[in-house]
Design a protein around this ligand. Structure first.
Ligand SMILES: O=C(O)CCC(=O)C(=O)O
Length: 285
């Protein structure tokens, strides 16, 4: 597949070197991704909605947007949804610095907010999940927008994915663009057309190589890993201990699970225990 280079859209195959890819793979093997529920388990789902688990396990860096708190969506929802999370490992920090340089050099300044930098990463694990003794393919994502301001960059590892931009409300119509995202590729999109006017989705992921990518996840076989890098203004990232009490209750179990294999989240949990109740109440907006 060849490279695409437009003012607000880039696709670059083989962007990651093999050495960098190996380094990322070694780091991935150390992760314990979470399989989150869409809504809080402490109260009934909103009217007309059903509780369900996300289609795939995920891991967030920089800040964790727990599904049950609602995703970051300015200007409607900016506070108490981006919970401080681990920094990028050195290998990803290096790759991100290179991507930011590319964006600043090649994208129109109007599409790059003043303080934009890629401080958030959603790691998506695509594959099949065991259910009742059978493996069910769940390697897809429905139409949605990424609300974080500015360019979004994504790296892909493993089997290629059929990624599409579609018009809002026209999911059955021919897509505006289909791009196969291959192993080691980079995609960047920005600006109102790609970020706001169109929605995007992952329609399917090939399964030609029978990959089983790291880390080992019980009841799941991963054949593609995607890293989606975004920007959340730093003032909107809140330490776990500073979430309102109800939000802390909603996510404490997830944080405790993460704390079993993450020093960062172990410290976040300890900070909450140590803080006197008054300090656990939210900071001013
Ligand atoms: O897996 C991908 O390529 C896209 C993921 C995505 O759309 C997202 O994380 O918002």
């Amino acid at each position: 597949m060849s490279a695409v280079r437009e003012s607000c859209y880039v696709y670059e195959p083989a962007f990651l070197s093999e050495a960098t890819t190996r380094e990322i793979g070694d780091w991935l093997a150390t992760l314990r991704p979470l399989w989150e529920q869409r809504y809080s388990t402490r109260r009934p789902p909103p009217p007309g909605k059903q509780q369900k688990s996300l289609l795939r396990p995920v891991y967030w860096l920089g800040n964790w947007q727990f599904a049950c708190l609602g995703y970051y969506e300015p200007p409607r929802r900016t506070l108490h949804v981006a919970v401080a999370a681990e920094p990028f490992p050195p290998v990803l920090a290096r790759v991100v610095a290179e991507i930011e340089k590319q964006v600043r050099a090649g994208f129109p300044p109007a599409a790059v907010p003043r303080r934009w930098h890629l401080n958030t990463c959603l790691v998506n694990f695509y594959g099949e999940r065991e259910e009742g003794g059978r493996m069910i393919d769940v390697a897809r994502v429905g139409e949605h927008r990424d609300f974080e301001p500015g360019p979004v960059a994504s790296l892909s590892l493993g089997e290629r994915a059929r990624f599409q931009f579609v018009r809002r409300g026209q999911r059955e119509a021919p897509p505006v663009r289909t791009q196969w995202l291959e192993d080691r590729s980079l995609q960047i999109f920005a600006g109102s057309r790609w970020k706001d006017d169109l929605l995007h989705r992952v329609q399917r992921v090939d399964d030609k190589l029978r990959l089983d990518l790291p880390p080992r996840i019980e009841g799941f076989r991963t054949r593609r890993v995607n890293f989606t890098f975004r920007y959340v203004p730093d003032e909107h990232v809140v330490p776990f201990a500073e979430l309102p009490a109800a939000a802390r209750d909603d996510v404490r179990e997830y944080v405790a699970t993460l704390a079993q294999s993450s020093e960062f989240f172990a410290a976040a949990l300890a900070a909450e225990r140590a803080a006197p109740p008054a300090e656990k109440i939210t900071r001013a907006p």
